[in-house]
Design a protein. Structure first.
Length: 579
């Protein structure tokens, strides 16, 4: 008779979640499903490792993930596990940008986390390797790792190769900005067409230090990804090597019992925030790091993130504010070079454990900082002494706001408000040039609840830059700006307009003053006038009164806490990994 309760290698299935679907006579019906898929008795009694990807044909960010997942599965098998591959959704910002589709983007982060959680729970998988490419899929995968707390390894799908237009490296952001140049009469139809055809020449995520590459750097800095795994562009075969090693690594974690919450501690989150600031990363880091922390029951909100931004030097000269793209970072040694510079400068906690089983400092011990390059500088010679992303607070944003200052020359702005109650109206004003130099364009009712979905505004900001107006006006919003946005563009203004925050009370012509050097954002209106406006203000209904966006609006919290949709680790009475 077959032995239906197995100990395979050093893994005792009686202590793993998958025992609920593979062990004992009562699980014979469950095992029959696995035999139906061609699995052997030995494979059924090994640990089950979920290999979750966001593979789809929506965008180039995702199309290489299925290939890389096969390498992960090979590594899992070689190390004595049984991989079970599954996929989840993405919403790709480059395609959702500039229309109502962008309302689905941030929502997708939580749907990704929820769907992976449900797949893992429903099938009692023991460990997880998560592969992601598009912006929200990276934090979504990392969030669910902390939520489940099974041994987990994250792997980035890799960046796109840069395009070449008129002898210069270009990214999709150049195409967004070209729309503004075209509308201003400064680019021909032919040049715009040529640029759109060459800007994205391969599989992979957007090539600048936008949200995807920012969160890929975070995955290494926090210790959830193997050292160096975030760097190689998506088409490179070296990604398959990292996939195989990630599969082996998760099996070692399963054997040693090292879990995500052992790795993503408060100190690891601080390391992640340092890397966002030092690389001139996406303002969305200020949204996703609190959300990741929330899953582990760690309080780490926008204020905490911005405090770290203040004391971190900006050392990576990356687009959109700088000159280089992700491939250039890879060519000089990848993310470990950035981490080495920060560790040597005293800005990282080197004693944090990582999925390699070693500390961050041990991972970087043999990394040599290359002197013959200017992509990443040593901390002794930064581009600026404070981070490329900073927080603002004041009467207009009592709960805080965030702005990417990387590449900005003027860190102060004061001007009269011109208000728009949705992005479409603001974009139309930019396209038709019905705004004035020196104004502060206010885009409101685009927050997590009010949008709903907290849209990014890259189409509007890029069009301004394309018109040559990027440094002549400022924008503020309770929504988000893309990691690719540049200029004085302040996002995550809280409280949002939908709940009656000060941004809802602004009127055309009100003076707004912002200082990114000292971190202030002030609405120059008296308390008495604001009180009158508040008494006349009433909440607005949005157009999404059913479906996923309605559901999201009912549960989502404030941007300063990560726009999370459930109580998080602090409220848990049990953790999935311990079932």
């Amino acid at each position: 008779m077959p032995d239906d309760t197995k100990k395979t290698n050093s893994f005792d299935k009686s202590k793993l979640p998958s025992r609920h679907v593979t062990e004992g006579p009562e699980r014979a019906p469950h095992r029959s499903y696995y035999y139906a898929m061609g699995m052997t008795e030995e494979e059924i009694h090994r640990p089950f490792v979920g290999v979750a990807t966001c593979w789809n044909e929506a965008a180039p960010c995702n199309i290489s993930l299925s290939r890389q997942a096969q390498s992960v599965k090979k590594g899992v098998i070689e190390a004595g596990g049984t991989p079970r591959e599954f996929t989840t959704i993405t919403v790709t910002d480059g395609l959702a940008m500039g229309h109502a589709g962008m309302k689905s983007s941030l929502v997708s982060r939580d749907v990704i986390a929820d769907s992976v959680e449900l797949t893992m729970r429903g099938h009692s998988y023991d460990a997880l390797v998560g592969l992601a490419g598009c912006d929200k899929s990276l934090p979504g995968m990392m969030m669910v790792m902390l939520r489940l707390n099974v041994p987990s390894v994250f792997m980035y799908g890799g960046s796109i190769l840069p395009g070449t237009f008129k002898g210069k490296d270009v990214t999709v952001v150049d195409v967004f900005e070209a729309v503004g140049q075209h509308s201003a009469g400064n680019m021909s139809d032919e040049d715009l067409f040529e640029l759109e055809c060459v800007a994205c020449p391969s599989a992979g995520s957007c090539g600048g230090q936008f949200t995807a590459n920012t969160m890929a750097c975070v995955s290494e800095a926090m210790g959830l990804a193997l050292p160096g795994s975030a760097g190689a562009p998506a088409p490179y075969e070296s990604r398959d090597h990292f996939g195989e090693e990630s599969g082996k690594a998760v099996m070692r974690l399963l054997e040693t019992g090292l879990r995500p919450r052992d790795i993503v501690t408060r100190k690891a989150l601080e390391n992640a925030a340092v890397v966002v600031a030092a690389s001139g990363g996406s303002t969305n880091g200020g949204l996703h790091l609190p959300a990741i922390a929330h899953e582990a029951g760690i309080k780490f909100d926008l204020d905490d993130v911005c405090e770290i931004f203040k004391r971190t030097p900006y050392i990576a000269d990356l687009k959109p504010g700088g000159r280089y793209v992700a491939k250039d970072v890879y060519d000089i040694g990848g993310v470990p070079v950035l981490l080495k510079a920060l560790l040597d400068g005293g800005y990282l906690h080197g004693d944090c454990i990582t999925v390699s089983g070693k500390t961050l400092a041990e991972n970087l011990a043999d990394v040599k900082f290359p002197e013959d390059q200017d992509v990443i500088r040593p901390t002794s010679n930064p581009i600026s002494s404070t981070g490329g992303v900073v927080g603002l607070k004041g009467s207009l944003a009592p709960d805080g706001a965030i702005v990417k200052v990387a590449g900005m020359e003027n860190l102060t702005f004061r001007g009269p408000a011109r208000c728009f109650d949705c992005e479409e109206d603001a974009f139309a004003a930019v396209e038709n040039k019905t705004f004035k130099e020196g104004e502060v364009l206010v885009i409101r009712y685009e927050g997590p609840r009010g949008g709903p979905g907290m849209r990014e505004m890259l189409s509007t900001t890029a069009a301004l830059y394309g018109q040559g107006m990027g440094d002549k006006v400022a924008l503020i919003t309770d929504g988000r700006f893309s990691g690719a946005t540049r200029g004085f563009c302040v996002g995550h203004v809280g409280p949002e307009a939908a709940v009656g925050g000060p941004i809802a009370l602004i009127e055309d012509g009100d003076m707004i003053a912002m200082d990114a050097d000292v971190g202030t954002i002030e609405l120059e209106v008296s308390d008495e006038d604001l009180a009158k406006r508040r008494s006349a203000w009433a909440p607005r209904a949005h157009n999404f009164q059913s479906g996923a966006l309605w559901k999201y609006a009912q549960t989502v919290g404030d941007a300063k806490d990560g726009a999370v949709t459930h109580p998080g680790g602090e409220a848990e009475t049990h953790v999935y990994a311990d079932i």
